[in-house]
Ligand binder design. Sequence first.
Ligand code: NAD
Length: 524
Amino acid sequence: MESATQPEATTGSTTNGEATVAAAETFDVLRPVDGSVIETVEVDSPERVAEACARARAAQPAWEAIGFAGRRRWLESLRDWILANQDRLDDLMQRETGKVRADATLEAFYCLEAINFWLDRGPEFLADETVSPHNPLLRAKRAKIVYRPFGVVGIISPWNFPVILSLGDALPALVAGNAVVIKPSELTPLTLIEMVRGWREEVGAPDVLQVVNGTGETGGALVDEADYLQFTGSTEVGKKVMERASRTLTPVSLELGGKDPLIVTRDADIERAANATAWGGLLNSGQICISIERVYVEEPVYEEFVDRLRAKIETLRQGADGRGYSAEIGAMTSPAQTEIVTEHVEDARRAGARVLTGGRRKDGPGDWYEPTLIADADHSMKVMRDETFGPVIPVMKVSDVEEAIELANDSRYGLGSSVFAGDAADGERIARRIEAGHCNVNDVLVNYNVLGLPMGGWKDSGIGVRHGAQGIRRFCRTEALTIPRLPQAKSEPVWFPYSARKQGLVGRMYRFLNARGLRNRLGL
Ligand code: NAD
């Protein structure tokens, strides 16, 4: 059930309503729960991407000039518009992703919170910083770091959280004074298109937020045009984006794949650990970059943990719940991903793991994979090494915590992790040894909601972070300023002309300041 692209020329405008170059072709957006076509969307050619970026670039200086207070007005109006339209937006989100209602609502909730967070903290994170010069001879200068927006930020996003991972990253970029052009995933562009339409037509906000649609060609064109590029997606495509950005020396932030481990120690609260693993591994059908993708349990509590986890998973309901909150597990959004999930489960089965529940792609219309628990997994299996990105939890028995830490770190990825231990201090000691961008002690996924914490990956999981002070500063260039505090002479001792007497004085000064010990300082 591939998303069919029909290479038929069409005319008309982009989703921003002002393009002059004709669209080259279209693609269909499908409904994952039954495979039907929801809407056909025009592909934006590289020329149309250039047009969208030019519109954004033209609008950006005025957006920067209105300052935080001016930008606050528009972003608060967007927040109110999202609240007023949330049911409608959640419906659309469910249609294009196959999420259950509770998971779909997370997208708007995140945006509401993030708008308030960046509006409140952004001015503080981007305030000028004063630096005290280390050299007493430079104390006559005021030294400052100033954060200035890049101009046009390009955002390329995936299909698993189509709004959180696109508009969510656009918010700090906009607060910082940038214009933003987003290329959403071709599988799930509709809710974002509607939100950008709302921004322009109903909020009446400036042209600083644009959408372009298409696949890799459209994304590549955005890399060429943007002044800064935020990419969220697979490690493989992330590397291509970085390579392309090197042609224009465009800075990038890459939020890539993960294979997050969860460790359960022998003295942990096993019931909480099992409940957390079920939610952290199966929320959004496991299609989350920071999903729990592999579990290591100390031998004395292994059977109890597996039994509790199995019992929990077997209570979960799968289906299309509309507005009903009557299911926990939705459909798979990308048929290509379901192929990978199927391959990982079959590989584990062949290698001797026990599939205790689930383990099957469902028959019938749409794309559904059962919530699945795999026991007795090990590192010879794909399901423990490669990103599965589906509703599958593999569990491995370990003899002690040392083995668990070693295996948790035995991965090319390093996005996130969790540790369940009886004592929070023990959990923290383990957390500090894990090679990943975050670790939640006795919890899962919760770091994503602490918007003041940086969120990003180590190793093949990426470069750069979203959230926290760095999460907004990445969208700015730094400018270093020196400003005189005192009236100034017509010339400085180190300026021209050079002479033996002046250079001797300068040399003695550097020696005095940098040598240690009085005799050494005086050159005795
Ligand atoms: P993907 O890499 O296939 O696609 C991501 C985006 O890149 C899409 O919009 C796609 O059209 C675009 N694209 C494809 N080829 C391109 C090219 N050559 N140049 C520019 N753009 C191109 O990823 P996906 O399948 O949409 O998403 C799933 C992946 O995203 C998983 O690996 C997941 O772990 C990762 N992800 C990471 C995070 C994070 O924060 N680290 C969050 C969510 C998802």
